[in-house]
Design a protein around this ligand. Structure first.
Ligand SMILES: *Cc1c(COP(=O)(O)O)cnc(C)c1O
Length: 429
């Protein structure tokens, strides 16, 4: 056996995959290349990608314009430190992010991953209140079913159960958790939804620096789409109780929910906003935290205060240049129409899943489709079922979901939806 044939064994011997055991890990599939909407396995199998590599690859893989952006940048400089130095890709990207994001966001802090962008936002909120003479405001309020990342600070604002807070209880700060809103995005607003958050803010606002939430789409914590009215009311409550609003748009940013940023569904603006994932079109790891001028001025406190963070690879020029190219590519495309088209096709294609006995709910928003089952899927067998049907879909728990690259076409969407129906039907008891 050659080394290459042996790749899976070598992988199992030495490489730890996300959320997995090193002893009896489920199968992984070796990838040879990826292009457009396809992932090509090393045995030649071509898969239609339903995941956009976890929300990232919005333009598909190996895009000539994105390749060129990174190649051009590579020819002049791949990286320099950002302390005391700056460069065109970072400045242009910051300007572009400010131009396209909700109005009061005016300052950009770059980091290397979504989790770090969340940590940065939490620290900014704490420093903001300290600069106002309210150093007691250090707690956060978050929502049940929230997901904000895997580093310790970000984990502390994830759902306490799915975020495994008991395992790490000695190191995770305890924050406040409001019930997740039950009112559906497309349903009636039920005013009880706001009561849990309202009572937490009423009682504890003196020690709360910020509310952090994923606007409209709760992602990895449940793939739930909630009412825009909830966002409007949370904005009003934050203003009333002097609490900053942090919008984690890491999954939703750059068009995925049908708006460029999901906050736009409610017409509200956060005080801090985190972006990542699709920021570079899935090419490189890069994230950013955007802040209002009010937040940045206050932390900077007459020019004496400094914000206490500085990742080694912040504003990496390769990542910044491909991010700028990806945003321009998106803005120049008819992305609203494309997302609408994907939404309609997912709605049509996944409708038949509603009739299956093991399906609890089917929900679609923008270019996101979710089929919720009554029991968790078996991750030791299900991925192979999808692969054998020519698609790449990776469920978690009871959720089979897709968020394909925006370039996906009708026939490919149909194959994706048929595969989901067929796999879900096969596991119905
Ligand atoms: C993925 C994700 C994060 C974490 O981003 P990483 O780049 O994986 O650190 C944070 N918040 C949300 C909403 C996410 O979807």
């Amino acid at each position: 056996m050659t080394n290459k044939d042996n790749l899976l064994q070598r992988d199992q011997d030495s490489v730890w995959h996300p959320y997995s055991s090193m002893v009896k890990a489920p199968d992984v599939f070796p990838v040879a290349s990826a292009s457009g909407v396809h992932i090509k396995l090393s045995d030649g199998t071509e898969l239609i990608d339903g995941m956009a590599s976890w929300w990232c690859a919005i333009h598909g893989y190996n895009h000539p314009l994105l390749n060129t952006a990174i190649e051009n940048q590579l020819a002049s400089m791949s990286h320099v430190m950002f302390g005391g130095l700056t460069h065109l890709p970072a400045v242009e990207l910051a300007e572009k992010l400010i131009e396209i994001s909700p109005e009061p966001l005016r300052k950009v802090f770059f980091s290397d991953s979504g989790s770090v962008a969340v940590e940065v936002a939490l620290k900014m909120a704490i420093q903001y209140w300290a600069s106002k003479g309210q150093a007691d405001k250090q707690k956060m309020v978050s929502l049940r079913q929230a997901y904000h990342g895997d580093t310790l600070g970000a984990m502390a604002v994830c759902d306490p159960v799915t975020g495994m807070h008991t395992l790490f209880n000695q190191v995770l700060t305890s924050h406040y958790f409001a019930d997740a809103p039950l009112s559906r995005f497309d349903g009636e607003w039920q005013n009880e939804d706001i009561l849990s958050l309202q009572s937490i803010l009423e009682q504890h606002h003196g020690e709360i620096a910020a509310l952090i939430l994923e606007p409209i789409v709760q992602g990895a914590g449940g793939m739930w789409f909630y009412s825009a009215e909830y966002l409007r009311q949370t904005r009003a409550l934050c203003d009333k109780y002097n609490v900053l609003l942090i919008a984690d748009e890491i999954a939703t940013g750059f068009g995925r929910s049908g708006k460029l940023f999901a906050c736009e569904h409610a017409g509200i603006s956060p005080d801090l906003m985190c972006v990542g994932k699709a920021l570079t079109g899935g090419y490189m790891t890069l994230a950013a935290t955007l802040a209002t001028k009010e937040v940045s001025d206050s932390i900077s406190d007459d020019g004496k205060g400094v914000f206490m963070h500085g990742p080694t690879f912040m504003a990496n020029p390769l990542a910044s240049s491909v991010a700028l190219a990806s945003i321009n590519l998106l803005l120049e495309s008819k992305w609203q129409q494309k997302i609408k088209f994907i939404e309609t096709e997912l709605e049509r294609g996944l409708a038949t899943c509603r009739e299956l006995s093991n399906v609890v709910d089917v929900r679609i928003l923008g270019a996101i489709g979710v089929v919720e089952l009554d029991t968790p899927v078996d991750m030791y067998t299900i991925p192979a079922e999808f692969v054998s049907r020519g698609v790449w879909v990776r469920p978690f728990g009871k959720l089979v979901y897709v968020m394909p690259p925006y370039i996906i076409e009708a026939a490919e969407l149909q194959q994706l939806c048929e595969a989901i129906h067929s796999v879900v039907k096969a596991i119905a008891k």
